[in-house]
Design a protein around this ligand. Structure first.
Ligand code: NAD
Ligand code: GLY
Length: 363
């Protein structure tokens, strides 16, 4: 059996481990040591449950467990579907010492996490992420929530899990489009903080796309370590955690504007990071070479690099004005000073933002 890496998100008495390795869902002791009580509710969806629910259930001997299966898709990440988790918790008389186990990608993780934050004012949570995107990003750091028709992830809570168990073997059943979507968030860590990692991703893109286990394990490890460091320093995003949103203000506008589920989150973030690079160039912060490098790596990862024609410049501006980085009516953007160094800024004009959006369409 290959080696398991354990990282820590250092949050004092709320610190927790991230386990990364192959076949972790064959090891009962890892999951069970993090379940404090006698009750558990597994939250999964109709795609992931047939693949992995039995495996997780078989790890829970001695625990009373039930499961709830959500419909699959970003369009179901809403308050109505969230309520089905509360229905299950109440129907099965789950008490305050219950552990909610999120088994799936970022949609399941965000919804199960939010349910854990709210049910009886907070029950235990364990994340078992099964997509690349959720293994490198969404399962770590405690952002939970659902979408609103007017804005992505607008209803939610910060709520940390007791553990994250990333079984990299689950990535074998993921389709290629979802793998690419996950790579967008991996590239993000290189762009915002780590030029060497960006170069490593560039050199190893073929291995990553071919799911070479060593390349994937390294990418997940570095990504989780970067995220763990940022979250430990700024759990509730009063400062540097906002850097993790590079490309997201543009990307969330694409997801909301196109209709949830039309573009994958990672695809929207990929195009959004190219838009952020162009905006950084327009402000004179980076040159054409750095913009080209950003677009090329996204192309290699098989991600979109331009804004969808279906969303007009005005729609972009309107949708972006609902971003969570709007403070006192001013939208702060995450932009690049260079590859490996991002900043949060309000030093731009509306005209510059509009011009940059105009320059981001393919035609
Ligand atoms: P997802 O949860 O929709 O999963 C993608 C698809 O893959 C789904 O169809 C899912 O059923 C399927 N799937 C999952 N695991 C599988 C497996 N092992 N084999 C086969 N199919 C599998 O999407 P995602 O990309 O994982 O997550 C995107 C969501 O995460 C968005 O809602 C986004 O807002 C959120 N997000 C949250 C954070 C955070 O910090 N909380 C960070 C980034 C993204
Ligand atoms: N994905 C952004 C964050 O966790 O802060």
């Amino acid at each position: 059996m290959s080696e398991t890496t354990t990282l820590t998100v250092d949050l004092g008495d709320r610190s927790y481990p991230i386990y990364i390795g192959q076949n972790l869902l064959n090891q009962a002791d890892i999951l069970k040591r993090h379940i404090p009580g006698k009750n558990a509710l597994i939250v999964s969806n109709e795609t992931v449950a047939p693949l992995y629910l039995n495996k997780v259930e078989s790890l829970l001997s001695g625990i009373r467990f039930e499961s709830v299966i959500l419909p699959d898709g970003e369009q179901y990440k809403n308050l109505d579907v969230l309520n089905t988790i509360f229905d299950a918790l109440l129907t099965h008389r789950m008490d305050r010492n219950t552990t909610i186990i999120a088994l799936g990608g970022g949609v399941v993780g965000d919804m199960a996490g939010f349910a854990a934050a709210c049910y009886q004012r907070g029950v235990h949570l364990i994340q078992i992420p099964t997509t690349l995107l959720s293994q490198v990003d969404s399962s770590v750091g405690g952002k939970t929530g659902v979408n609103h028709p007017l804005g992505k992830n607008m209803i939610g809570a910060f709520y940390q899990p007791l553990a994250v168990i990333a079984d990299t073997s689950t990535l074998n059943t993921l389709d290629d489009r979802q793998l690419s979507a996950g790579l967008a968030e991996v590239i993000k860590y290189g762009l915002i903080k780590d030029a060497d990692f960006f170069d490593w991703i560039d050199r190893n893109m073929d291995a990553l796309l071919q799911r070479d286990p060593e390349a994937l394990a390294y990418a997940i490890k570095v990504s989780c370590q970067t995220k763990a460091n940022v979250v430990a320093a700024d759990e509730r995003e009063s400062g540097q955690r906002a850097l993790l949103n590079l490309g997201h203000t543009f990307g969330h506008a694409i997801e909301t504007g196109m209709g949830y589920g039309e573009w994958l989150h990672g695809e929207a973030v990929g195009a959004g990071m190219c838009m952020a690079a162009k905006m950084s160039q327009l402000l004179g912060w980076i040159d054409q070479t750095q913009v080209d490098k950003t677009i090329t790596i996204m192309q290699h990862a098989k991600l979109p690099t331009t804004a969808p024609d279906a969303i007009t410049e005005q729609q972009f501006l309107d949708l972006m004005s609902v971003d969570k980085k709007v403070l006192d009516g001013v939208l702060r953007l995450v932009l690049l000073k260079r590859i490996g160094d991002a900043v949060v800024t309000k030093d731009y004009t509306r005209e510059q933002l509009a011009a940059s959006i105009r320059n981001s369409y393919s035609t």
